[in-house]
Every structure is written in structure tokens, then in C-alpha cells.
Design a protein around this ligand. Sequence first.
Ligand SMILES: Cc1ncc(COP(=O)(O)O)c(C=O)c1O
Length: 321
Amino acid sequence: MTNPNNLNKECINQAADYIMPTYGRFPITITKGKGCWLYDINGNKYLDMLAGLAVCNLGHAHPRLANAICAQSQKLLHISNLYHIEPQIKLAKQLIEASFADKAFFANSGAEANEAAIKLARKYSKEKYGAECYEIITMKQSFHGRTMATITATGQEKFHKGFEPLLPGFKYVPFGDLSALISVINSNTAAVMLEPIQGEGGVNLPPDAYLSNLRKLCNDKDLLLIFDEVQTGIGRTGKLFAYEHWGVEPDIMSLAKALGGGMPIGAMLAKDEVASVFTPGSHASTFGGNPLVCAAASCVLDTIIKEDLLDNTQQMGAYFT
Ligand SMILES: Cc1ncc(COP(=O)(O)O)c(C=O)c1O
């Protein structure tokens, strides 16, 4: 029988042999979880303070989520977006009823949700204000993902290095500085895109009234306001969406991470007027919003409400702070 202590070493060695080293990984192999506890291949127990990078809001192996995934997998895993999909419609309705938005598009990750947001903003603004109106202002210290468009949107040079040339049409200003933002707006500006609370660039809260003044500015200048709530959305800040803390609604919002409770799903939500420029063929995703991930995400949203998790998050957040 293999010594369990060697199993971990074997995994580390095999990972080096077979997996591209894009992550600096902790030298442990996690094999199972229950609630907020994780267990490694040697049986050691850990309190999970990472939640799979802001994903596992219901904890690990939540029976409600496990049952929803199991039940859907026995009915229909995948069918493509060439058909109507009941779990997708249910999830879209839940998200729309809980948010500012009127329509949803489903993707597979946060970066893809942001790609969809960037494409929607460009198409809307070009159709409405002319072919040159495609510039998007984003924030320094922001993070929006690892695709070419989303590393460009990300206002941190370390994520750009080695991948240039970046996409044209992005400008960066310091988070929280409205004057800096005003100074770079011109007739080609289509949108302002930001995380309401920055995550990967440090936990950076917006200054008082920044978001409401930004909303006013976008209204005055006919700019779209895009909130990236990939990390802050789905209860991570004690509200379903972080924008609720300030009562400031965007025109477009991206979600992912906690939405699927561990299943890979992203969503891009928008108001009707903006969403209407996406027509058949404008954008697509083979797996986006498939029955399995949507059934899981629906269950996550139901469970957050049924188990009063937003209230609990607020209490635990205050205690932890
Ligand atoms: C704010 C924000 N946007 C987008 C992303 C990218 O999400 P994904 O890794 O699912 O592509 C992240 C990931 O950390 C994020 O924090």
C-alpha cells in the first residue's frame, strides 16, 4: 500500500510533469470539503478562508446544491443555445427580478462575462454615437480577467507584460478620482468600467459619493456605466450585489465566481435599451448557460435567500472586521 505521505508528493511531481506552471500552488492536494472545512490527501483538516477564490459561498458539498446538480445531470447536461433551456430561463428571471437589469447573457467565467460587457458597450455606443465611439475608461489597480480584452481592461501593467499589443480603446484613471476621469473623457468615450469595490488590486473601497457622482457624470455625458461584480456579486459583501450599498445602478454588470457555487458560470446583465443591440449572431457561447450550470446557480440564489445568508454575511463581516 502506498504511504499516504507519498501520495501528496506524487501529486506535486505529476502536476509538474503534466500541467503548465501558470499558478504558484501551495504544496497540498485537497481531496474533499464539507461546509467551511477542507481535507487534504493525507487527511489534514483546514479552515477554508479562500472559498475557491471567492466562489464557494454555500461552502463545500452543500446538500441542496449537490442534489440540484445531481438531479439536473440525470435530466439534461447540455443542449446548446439553439434551443430554449428551462433552467436558464429560470436563472435569468431570478437575476433580473433581484437586480437593476432587464436581460441576461450567460458565459462560463468572469473574463467571458466582461468580454460580453465590453462587446455590448462597443456595439451599443458605435450604433448610437458613431463608429469612433468605442473607448472604455477603466481604473488603475483594477482586475477584469485574463483574456486579451480583459487584461487590456485591467489597469495593472504586470498583467499586460509579454502579451502586447493590447486591444486599442482603453484608458486608465485612478480609482476614486472623478477629476482624473473627467479629464480623459472625449467624444469617443463609450463607457466607464469598474469594480464597485476593487478586489485583486487590494480591497479598495470607493470614496463616499464617488459611485453616485460617477453615475451622474455618466448620465450627463451619455456614457455607459459597467460594474464588474464578478468578485463582489452574489452576497460576497453582505448584499446580493455590492452596488446596493450605495444605491447606484449600472447599465451593464458582469457576474461569475460565486454565482455557480463552484460550477463554472458567468453572466452579463444589462438594461433593455442597451441589451437590444445584441441580436442573433452578435455574441455566443457553446456552453454558456447550459442546463447544469444554470440549475446550480438557481439553487445558489434560492439557498442564499432560504438560509438567510446575506444577514449572516453582514453579521460575520462585522465580527471579523
Ligand atoms: C473583479 C473580477 N473580474 C473578473 C475576474 C475574472 O474572472 P474569471 O477568473 O472567472 O475569468 C476576476 C477574477 O478574479 C475578478 O476578481
